[in-house]
Design a protein around this ligand. Sequence first.
Ligand code: ADP
Length: 340
Amino acid sequence: MSNSVKRLVNSAIALIFILSVSFLILILFSNIQSDFKSLIIVFIVSLMTVCIVFYWLMSKQVNIILEGLSETIQNMINDSPMNTFSELDDMMLSKIQYQIMKLSDILKSQSKKEKLEKEKITALISDISHQLRTPLSNLNMYNNLLFDNSLSEVKKNEFLKNMQSQIEKLNWLMEALIKMSRLETGLIDLKCQRIPILQTLLQAVNMVAPKAEKKSIDITFKGDESIRVNHDTKWTQEAMFNILDNAVKYSPENTVISLFLEKYELFCRIDISDEGSGIAEPDINKIFTRFYRGDNTNYIEGVGIGLFLSREIIAEQGGYIKVKSNLGKGSTFSVFLPVE
Ligand code: ADP
């Protein structure tokens, strides 16, 4: 029964009740024939009884509904959702029940999301403090050593050089962390344009070219030059740069890095292959985790964030990265980006 109908029935009952009482008083004090008077009184009293019973039944029904709703809410609080009202019972009640359940689901998923975010931030803070500790303690150690007046010039220069490399590491770490936190907190506003992906790839190549030249590493290209992909040039360039930079870092001198572009129906594939150290099969899944560095990388610059960032950037654009590697022979990183 809708609210307005209920209100109307309630008012009608109240009106009939008041009229009956007034009429009863009038009859009692009037000088109508006593037989006729009794008949009217019986009729009025019956009418009042019907009103009272009807009102009592209605209040009972309302109570049952309120108790049912309260039970539904209590079930939700106790995390044991079950239907109090059957869908066939009452359309309005099952609709309210469905809405309450939906609201509870929304609230639950929101709190789950907040919990995950909190865990992510806690993990990030612990990772950062762990990563900062080593260069800071190294700097502290070299700084203390430099106070020793008896140190030779050669030793002093060596320590200063070591300090310089630790400072560079800290700088690099800070930059990577800022980028990473912007990605993780969703501050990155992707500005996608449908332009040839080769253009973005070549910009990344230009960034690693001086380093590759120093190691006499050639960078070659094959494939479809005209593929247009809807992507954010700045961030995609960053993702490709990290992969290319690794290809240079983990390859010996006088080797080749080959780039290959191919278009499929939904995705565009960008292959970056090197003839470097390769990655052992069990490590392939680990290389994308934050701060993971392979064995034997101690003397190679890096902090283990590059691939993590690349994967996040590509995933943010609906793509993914695949790796094939042969230990000691080289690796191929395939970046897949949706064409549209
Ligand atoms: P970083 O290079 O700073 O260590 P990355 O996240 O870029 O961090 O890479 C993680 C790890 O993956 C590296 O430490 C290295 O062991 C491995 N790796 C990445 N790219 C290559 C590659 N092209 N060849 C060999 N190993 C690689």
